[in-house]
Design a protein around this ligand. Structure first.
Ligand code: GLN
Length: 495
């Protein structure tokens, strides 16, 4: 593992660049000069943290892995340099989460590769090229997406932790494929101010780390109400959730009284049998520690994936409308001979060139789902499914959902749900894929992660052994809203 200290910035940079050459996890390294005050004795002092490239940093570019925001030759910017080259987009400010990390003493070492605007499961849809999973030297497998660069950076020891975003699984899937820890917190806990929106009602900033303790210390520093984020959970609901969190079992070391739910609907046909073995071993171990296992049913699970793709695409189509080539993003002049007075031409030329094929597919799908003809059948229907998914979780958890008005405790309910994080180990990278054809297999990778996203629940993927191919397998712990401490504490017991 590389240590990154004030005195060895240059050594770090040289080593990191050579190590990054194969895996392509970083798209930008910090030059070591932190803007503003870095606290030398803050809680994260000495910790190295990488930041996904869709989170704004004032000292490094933010490209979202898209040509729309990345410097491109042969294009012009209406508001920046000369006619032939547009520089990478650089934000004038730090996202709140980045500010908090710096204030806590962490060193931000660089920006990490991701799927374009967070859309993808394999980190193959990036203008910077794919991320290669560092686990195996001899094979080129996916690091998972969309926060694949963050997971690979941690797995290869280039940083202690990394920020990512998770809209439908983008923290948990890469964490599982790369054999590291990935925490998607409850929706609304960590600030999204300065985080580039994909689908606002689902987007969460999350943490990928080498171990549970590092993930927890970063989470603790970021878990602060931010008035600049209009979707931030209020102080009042945060307080209510804390009251219902279970933490006793960590002190005693015994899990007696803890009820663990195994959702029977999380073992679909597509699940590779070899990812189930590590889970079985884990459950046996938990039982030996005194926890009781309860089989539970979340019957709306099979509809969650379709509902997710409708809702996420609808919100993305609206969010991405801002990249018009005039106020935001790449500006492409209309070709000679066309009517330059028509703004629509600049708009369509800029967007045709700036967005990759996956982003275009989402914009088309989302725009369609929001049209008057399709709205009821697609968008509203998906919202109904989302409610049912949420209701399924509320029915099985012992603790009440503090965001709803029913605050009754369900004594027969469970405290934590456990299921495989992904249906398989990391898939092979398809080097020939140009992304122009939709990769349905890629959509399917999220089948086990999207329900917690639709419901806004905290979920933690922890590495749990290996599949029969010898690649890492992850197991997810899911809790009621605001119950990060319950799942983190159980994960610590698991060691
Ligand atoms: N793979 C999912 C998608 O492409 C989730 C992405 C994410 O969580 N950012 O939408």
């Amino acid at each position: 593992r590389l240590r990154y200290t004030h005195t060895s910035t240059r050594t770090y940079a040289t080593l990191a660049e050579s190590r990054n050459a194969r895996i392509n996890a970083f798209v930008h390294f910090s030059n070591g000069s932190e803007p503003g005050q870095v606290s030398p004795d803050g809680p994260l002092s000495g910790m190295t943290i990488a930041v996904k490239d869709n989170i704004c940093t004032s000292d490094m570019p933010t490209t979202c892995s898209s040509l729309m925001l990345k410097g491109a030759p042969g294009t012009t910017s209406l508001y920046r340099t000369g006619p032939d080259f547009q520089p990478d987009f650089s934000s004038p400010y730090d996202a709140t989460v980045v500010q908090l990390l710096r204030t806590a003493g962490a060193k931000i070492v660089g920006k990490t590769n991701c799927d374009e605007f967070g859309m993808g499961s394999l980190n193959q849809c990036s203008v910077h090229g794919p991320v290669i999973n560092p686990f195996g030297e001899s094979e080129s497998r996916s690091a998972g997406g969309s926060s694949g660069g963050s997971a690979a950076a941690v797995a290869t020891g280039l940083c202690d932790a990394a920020l990512g975003t998770d809209t439908g699984g983008s923290i948990r899937l890469p964490a599982s494929y790369c054999g590291v820890v990935g925490l998607k917190p409850s929706y609304g806990l960590l600030s999204r101010w300065g985080v580039v929106s994909f689908a606002d009602s689902l987007d969460c900033v999350g943490i990928i780390a080498k171990d549970i303790e590092s993930a927890e210390s970063v989470f603790d520093c970021l878990n602060i109400y931010d008035p600049r984020d209009p979707t931030a959970a209020t102080q009042e609901v945060r307080g209510k959730a804390l009251k219902s969190v279970l933490s006793d079992f960590l002190d005693t070391g015994s899990l007696s009284g803890l009820r663990i739910g195994i959702p029977s609907d999380y073992f679909p046909r597509e699940l590779h049998p070899s990812v189930v073995d590590p889970l079985r071993a884990l459950l046996a171990d938990l039982k030996a520690h005194g926890a009781s296992m309860v089989s539970v049913s979340l019957p709306s699970t099979p509809y969650a994936l379709s509902a997710y793709y409708v809702i996420a695409s609808a919100e993305a189509s609206s969010n991405l409308a801002r990249y018009d080539g005039v106020q935001y993003g790449l500006h492409v002049e209309t070709p000679p001979g066309s009517d330059k007075r028509k703004t629509a031409s600049v708009y369509s030329h800029s967007r045709s060139r700036g967005f990759g094929p996956e982003v275009k597919r989402r914009i088309l799908l989302g725009t369609y789902a929001l049209t008057a003809d399709a709205f009821d059948n697609y968008f509203l229907q998906a919202q109904r499914v989302r409610k049912l998914v949420r209701r399924d979780f509320d029915r099985v958890f012992r603790a009440p959902d503090v965001l709803s008005t029913h605050l009754e405790t369900n004594q027969a309910g469970v405290d934590i749900l456990i299921h495989p994080s992904a249906i398989r180990t990391a898939p092979q990278l398809d080097r020939d894929s140009t992304g122009s054809e939709p990769n349905l297999d890629s959509y399917l990778q999220d089948v086990l992660t999207v329900p917690a996203s639709l419901a806004g629940l905290p979920a933690l993927s922890v590495p749990m052994g290996f599949g029969e191919d010898g690649w890492p397998v992850g197991v997810s712990l899911v809790g009621q809203w605001g119950h990060e401490k319950t799942i983190l504490n159980l994960a610590k017991v698991l060691g």
